[in-house]
Unconditional design. Sequence first.
Length: 194
Amino acid sequence: MTKAVAGIGNPGRQYVGTRHNVGFEVLDILADRWGLSWKGNFSGLFADASVGGEKVLLLKPGTFVNLSGRSVGQLTAFYKLPPESLLVVVDDFNLPLGRLRLKKGGSDGGHNGLKSIISTVGREFVRLRVGIGPLEGDPTSFVLSRFSPVEREALDIALQNAADAVEAWIARGLEEAQAAFNAPDKISSTDQAF
């Protein structure tokens, strides 16, 4: 079955490296690992690959976070993908920095990108939440801020782990990926940095 991975973020140089763009960063890691080039499609940047015999589609919506569903909806409609074959990588300030949480279904958790995607494809897709918290101050300003050097060092480890989690989901399915990456000890080196 074809699988799709969408990373949420804002397009444009001014948003590179911000907390809201960790989804884009995880997809860039995967594209580098798999030797892929991005091309414009589905109102965003798109790449496709064969990974372990599975067809995998990568998408970075170019519609800004709040309208991510428009781009994701175009992709899933074109390939006739059921929601459970979609994984969305998204930032979450309710999780400690670097903590990963894989889950199928559920609410948007106050994230406008997830809200937009839910309105387009329904709730039953898989989410990989990457912790960027704890929240400090105004939520909008916080998600558009950049990481301190110490945070960045810890985050870089977490982003590699997040890419590993996506690959585990592709190869072994949700339950095995959850068992491996939802465990707190997976990011102990990140936790110890703070």
